[in-house]
Structures are given as structure tokens and as C-alpha cells.
Design a protein around this ligand. Structure first.
Ligand SMILES: [Zn+2]
Length: 161
């Protein structure tokens, strides 16, 4: 799962794949109750707004616009800064054999140099939505054709799928 902070709206993204609200990270602190002591700053579900459903199960990631709207309103009314997690590896609606993937390029592990190297060899990555990450890298949102649904994998140093 990857967190969304800028770019397309969560409601647009939810047409492609289920989403779930996460706490956010502001400065050195998470917006969860643990604040600066949190070990997963901005990367875990916003459990205070993700309520239980009528069967006592916690809501999971959804594409239901009314549910997403409710989460947004709850966060807004509590003045709670949130991020959104997007479930990746989902089939693209109406495009059999195509899947939504996010390529994570992390410069801390040399991902940017490696991407430059590959782009010199194979051509530029398609122009697409990108999101800046906390580590100074970028997430590239792409649709690719694959024989089976993709799993999370480290492709090469500094670039992950
Ligand atoms: Zn936290």
C-alpha cells in the first residue's frame, strides 16, 4: 500500500482501486495519538476514524464513494490530517490482463541513478501520476499488462514494485 497526499483526488483514485485512510506525518510526528513516539509515522490505518461495520468487522479498503466521503468528513470535523492508502496490484476495470502498479524509486538506495540508467537504455517511463515520498523519492502510478496479478517485489536496488 502506498500513501497519497497530493495529485489526483482520492475519489478519482478509488475508481481504480480500493482506498483506506491512514494517519499522516507532520514534521517529526504522526497524527495518531502516539505522535512523535509512533514507529510507523504516516503509514498505518487511521483507526480512530475507520469504524466497525454492523457485523463488528473493521472497515477495510473500499471503492464505495459514500464511505470515502464519510471518512473525509470525519477527519475534517476532527481537524485530523490523513493520508490515503491505495491497494495496488488490482486489475484495471475494463482492461483484462492489465494491473495497477506503483513503482517506488528511492534515491536513498540509488533508485534515481538506476532509473536514469534504464531510461537511457529503454526510453523514458510513460508520463503518469507521480507522488513525492517522504524519503525524497517518487512513486510512479502505471498500468501494465501481466499474465497474473503482481506481488510486491524489490526489482533492483532502490526500485520497488
Ligand atoms: Zn502513528
Amino acid at each position: 500500500m502506498n500513501s497519497i497526499h497530493i495529485g489526483p483526488t482520492v475519489k478519482q483514485l478509488s475508481k481504480l482501486a480500493p482506498v483506506l485512510p491512514l494517519y499522516s506525518a507532520i514534521g517529526e510526528a504522526c497524527t495518531c495519538p502516539k505522535g512523535a513516539q509512533c514507529k510507523q509515522q504516516g503509514k498505518h490505518p487511521a483507526s480512530s476514524i475507520v469504524r466497525y461495520d454492523s457485523k463488528g468487522r473493521r472497515w477495510s479498503a473500499t471503492q464505495d464513494l459514500q464511505q470515502i466521503h464519510e471518512w473525509e468528513q470525519t477527519a475534517y470535523s476532527r481537524n485530523l490530517e490523513i493520508n490515503w492508502a491505495l491497494v495496488t496490484g488490482q486489475p484495471i476495470p475494463g482492461r483484462p490482463g492489465w494491473f495497477l502498479v506503483v513503482v517506488d524509486v528511492d534515491p536513498r538506495n540509488g533508485g534515481d541513478e538506476l532509473l536514469g540508467h534504464y531510461e537511457a537504455q529503454y526510453g523514458k517511463l510513460s508520463e503518469t501520476w507521480t507522488v513525492l515520498t517522504g524519503g525524497g523519492g517518487q512513486h510512479y502510478y502505471l498500468a501494465i499488462e501481466l499474465p497474473t496479478a503482481p506481488a510486491t517485489m524489490a526489482l533492483v536496488g532502490g526500485i520497488e514494485l
